[in-house]
Write a protein that binds this ligand. Structure first.
Ligand SMILES: Cc1ncc(COP(=O)(O)O)c(C=O)c1O
Length: 390
């Protein structure tokens, strides 16, 4: 008989599903009714497309408390935004301070630049509750740093890095914050959080389409563009425009995706980030507590540390995480992500390298019933392996 059980999607930290109401329609409407290239041709369809990009930019700025929307660069996601900063800002012989919780979106370009520009990466130690060692931060700021890079919430444990403590001590060093996991489900405010460079993605908790995201660049920070090319502006010149956002937006934007991201951002602001966070807190607390109570299950991350409620990484004693995720998918239709989740540094930090964990990541549209079904499924899998081994 054909499998009819509904899927339970707990892989929202990879990408959210379903998207916010209105997102698929906004993408389809753009492709069907507008279609033109924004800022290029001056005809009414092109102007309509430019209006969508403008509205998306303005909407994202309202969400993140950014005043000048020209300083918000639309990108294909957090990875492009982070590369733009790291490659465009770090000089030869740079010194960067970062944390042990970074995603490969940060670590891979940094490792490459380490060789190419003979730089240095300084790791900021965190205590067992995830608080940064402020003495190290103060010392390193005093020794000269080109950039501080932090992952706002670790995509393996959900652990939050306290931005305000870091930004208070950073002096004149620019602070790049990767809010890939927090944007849309945890308050992020560039002014009050002291963020100079904000890299975000549209396809996770912002509930928008893949291939969308952006970068905010505060005034006074000098960055070279990652790519150069046509912008629709200053076409008489073969030199890259020097004004924002065109300086950093060469080539055609993902306008259809941005139409979807506009719908998603409006939805998030209508619901309220706080109320999204609170709902995810209720779901996450129940999942964490129930999984922690199962013998043979380890839930990662100090329970007392502040964390994103929607991420819960576990291991089952003696069982490969990939096998557990496979069983959850094939037998229970529960989607999780096993392994290292593109963050080997974070797994080394919590002691789960190289096998990794099984990550449950909840979203705004999950329910308590789904959480309870997942807990029952894990209990059954534990019992099964326990019987088989003993
Ligand atoms: C912490 C973190 N940073 C960066 C990224 C990359 O985001 P994007 O897919 O938008 O490039 C991810 C996504 O997996 C992430 O979890």
């Amino acid at each position: 008989m054909k499998e009819t059980r509904k899927i339970i999607y707990f892989d929202n930290a990879s990408t959210s599903f379903p998207k916010a109401p209105g997102v698929p329609e906004a993408v389809a409407d753009f492709l069907r009714d507008i279609g033109a290239n924004p800022g290029r041709s001056g005809h009414s369809q092109s102007i309509a497309a430019a209006r969508i990009l403008f509205a998306a930019r303005e909407s994202l700025c309202r969400l993140f408390g950014i005043e000048d929307s020209r300083r918000l660069i639309l990108t294909s996601g957090a990875t492009e935004a982070i590369n733009l900063v790291l490659r465009g800002l770090l000089p030869q012989g740079f010194r960067v301070l970062t944390t042990p919780l970074e995603h490969n979106a940060v670590m891979r370009p940094l490792r490459y630049l380490l060789r190419a520009k003979k730089g240095e990466i300084v790791l900021l130690p965190l205590d067992e509750r995830g608080r940064p060692d402020l003495a190290t931060l103060r010392r390193e700021v005093g020794k000269g740093l080109n950039l501080i890079v932090v992952n706002h919430a670790c995509n393996v444990t959900g652990q939050i890095v306290p931005l305000r403590e870091i930004s208070k001590l950073k002096g004149g060093v620019p602070l790049l914050v990767d809010v890939a996991q927090t944007a849309g489900c945890y308050p992020v405010e560039v002014e009050s959080d002291g963020i100079d460079l904000l890299a975000f993605t549209g396809h996770k908790s912002l509930l928008g389409p893949p291939g969308t995201g952006g970068l905010y660049i505060a005034e006074g920070i000098q960055i070279e563009p990652l790519i150069r090319g046509g912008t629709g502006s200053n076409s008489e010149s073969e030199e890259q425009p020097d004004f924002f956002p065109d300086r950093f937006e060469s080539g055609t934007r993902n306008s259809a995706g941005m139409a979807g991201l506009l719908a998603a951002t409006e939805f998030i602001m209508k619901e309220g980030v706080e109320s999204i966070m609170n709902k995810e807190k209720r779901l996450g607390a129940r999942l964490r507590a129930a999984l922690s109570a199962i013998e043979g299950v380890t839930v990662y991350g100090d329970g007392a540390a502040e964390r994103l409620a929607n991420i819960c990484s576990i291991t089952l004693k003696g069982v490969d995480p990939t096998e557990v995720s496979r069983i959850l998918d094939r037998e229970y239709r529960i989607m999780t992500r096993p392994g290292l989740q593109c963050a080997p540094a974070a797994h080394k930090y919590i002691g789960t390298f190289p096998a990794g964990t099984i990550r449950f990541s909840l979203g705004y549209f999950n329910t308590l019933e789904e959480v309870d079904l997942a807990v029952e499924a894990v209990e059954e899998i534990v019992r099964r392996f326990h019987r088989a081994n003993g």
